[in-house]
Ligand binder design. Structure first.
Ligand SMILES: C[S@@+](CC[C@H](N)C(=O)[O-])C[C@H]1O[C@@H](n2cnc3c(N)ncnc32)[C@H](O)[C@@H]1O
Length: 135
């Protein structure tokens, strides 16, 4: 993945999610095309941005708990992503990653959420580079 800087769509997604965070807890954040966790220049990718913004929101007393699920198809990117998120810790924020396609894991997560007594509000992101390859 090459990008000169964090895409503005990713920053916008992180900001859009923060408005949800003011009102609901727990929250689920589904990063459907998560990438490696960072860009080649070292800039934070969407999983790190979402984790940091979640930790800030929890510390500000808004949601008590945020669950972040990342999905990444490419095995090399997935290995990097796992390394990156293994270093992220916060008592109010949990983050994990699954390898596979957006669609299979979105379906699995949506099916599992139906089993919750109260379905938490969820913020889902799909490929910030366009929908043409979404599967
Ligand atoms: C543009 S990059 C991710 C950028 C990242 N969301 C960010 O903002 O930092 C897109 C990623 O989606 C992955 N990808 C492509 N097709 C996918 C699919 N069908 N399901 C899940 N991930 C996919 C690619 O391997 C790549 O790492």
């Amino acid at each position: 993945m090459r990008a000169p800087s964090t895409p503005s769509s990713t920053r916008t997604s992180a900001l859009g999610w923060q408005s949800l965070a003011r009102h609901f807890s727990p929250l689920l954040l589904f990063d459907g095309f998560a990438g490696r966790g960072h860009y080649e220049g070292g800039e934070d990718g969407s999983p790190i941005l979402f984790f940091k913004r979640s930790a800030e929101a929890v510390e500000a007393g808004r949601p008590a708990q945020v669950f972040i699920r990342c999905v990444e198809l490419n095995p090399h990117n997935f290995a990097d992503l796992q390394r990156v998120i293994s270093e992220l810790r916060h008592p109010g924020v949990s983050i994990d990653a699954r390898r596979g396609t957006f669609s299979e894991h979105a379906l699995e997560s949506a099916t599992r959420l139906r089993g919750w007594t109260t379905v938490p509000p969820a913020f889902w992101t799909a490929d910030p580079y366009g929908f043409r390859v979404c599967r």
